[in-house]
Structures are given as C-alpha cells and as structure tokens.
Ligand binder design. Sequence first.
Ligand SMILES: [Zn+2]
Length: 249
Amino acid sequence: MAQREQIEQHLATELAVERFKDYGPNGLQLEGRASVNRLVSGVTASLALIDAAIADGADAILVHHGLFWRGQDGRLVGWLRQRVARLMAHDISLFAYHLPLDAHPTLGNNAQLGRQLGLQADGRFGEQDLGVIGPAGTATSAGALAHQVQATLGRPPTLLPGDGRPLRRVAWCSGGAQGYFEAAIAAGADAFLTGEISEPQAHLSRETGVAFLACGHHATERYGAPALGEHLAQRFGLAHRFIEIDNPA
Ligand SMILES: [Zn+2]
C-alpha cells in the first residue's frame, strides 16, 4: 500500500522526468483515490485497458501512452471524454510516462526490448539521447535478426536487409523512432530496429546498406511499463498486473 503522492514523487526522481522535452505531460495525468494497493500497467490508456483495470479492481493505472498530447484542442468530448469519465467514475489514478520510460537505463522500453533480444547497449545517440546502440548479439545477419525478432515479439518485422554486411553494431529505439535512422547510421550501426517505418527509410536502407527493421510500435513498447510496474510493486508492496491489449500497429 502506498500513497498516490509517494508513487508520483518516486517516479519523478527515478525516471528523471524533468530532463525530457516531451509531447505530453509526464506524471500523474488524472488524480484518483489517495492510496494505492492494486496497480495495473499497460502500454496505452485506451478504453479497453481502462475497462480491464476496472474489472481488476485497480486503484491506479501506469502507462507509456497517456491521454493528453500536444496538438489536441483540449476538449473533453467523444472518446477522450469516455476514457476520462470511466476513470473518474471509479476514482482511478492515471500515471503516464512517455520519453522518460523509453529512456530509463534498466526499466525503460529500450533497455527491456534489448533484454528480450539479447542486446546490451554501450552507447546512446539521437535527439535527447533516446537511441541506443551496442554490439550485435547472436544474430550476425539482418535475416537472422529478423527471425529473432519474430520469435521474440511474436510477429514478423518489416525488413529492409541492407547490403548483406555482417552485423557488428546494432542500434534500436522503441516506438515511432524511424526518424532516428540517419542518426543510427552516423553512430555506426549495421542495423537499426524500431517500431515503425515511413517511406524514406526504405530508400535510406538501400542507399546506405544499413539494415532497417520495423518491429511494431506496440510490440517494441510493451516491456517498459510492466518492468516499471513490477519495480513499484516491489518498492511499495503493491499488487501489480500488466494487462496486454493487443495492437497490430
Ligand atoms: Zn510510443
């Protein structure tokens, strides 16, 4: 059992929230009851996750993708009203950590994704140092790395195989980090792995010879929230459950 405020203070420090320029507010996004015993973690504060957390008796929800983003017009109507209303009706707090959860050196999405794939970073690159790079693991070709991704994440990546060079250095950044591809190449990567691909990366891969693997936004970001939830459970003696809401994107 913990006080909501204790959790918020601990996470602000642990995730170094102040260090990041982000697209939405990191921390407590919606204030529910003062004490927390049951915590549910998930990737996105979707209505499906909120309903599952209600069914689980959660006092608080911890997510990577919260409710509020730059560019929204601020009105609580339609789907956003529904999500907020559901949380408020059940007095459930919502904690959301975006870039700070990507970047945390052990609990973050990048660290946890690397762990799943047997990759250990020894360097960082790109805007706000969010990209990570390290020696290739057991997969020493782009094709082998794609197979490993499929076996680990349960879905085949979109693969641009590059020029067939052996992999010595692999860079990765979870989610929608396709814009980091050039920085990954500059950092010395033989392959770059992220969630999504846009049109330019296919040409860049062909023209630079560096492999590009789009492994799914959700699939690459579903390891940080449960790791952080488990960390909180240990520290504060909470009951914790990660709830996976499938997402093909
Ligand atoms: Zn994301």
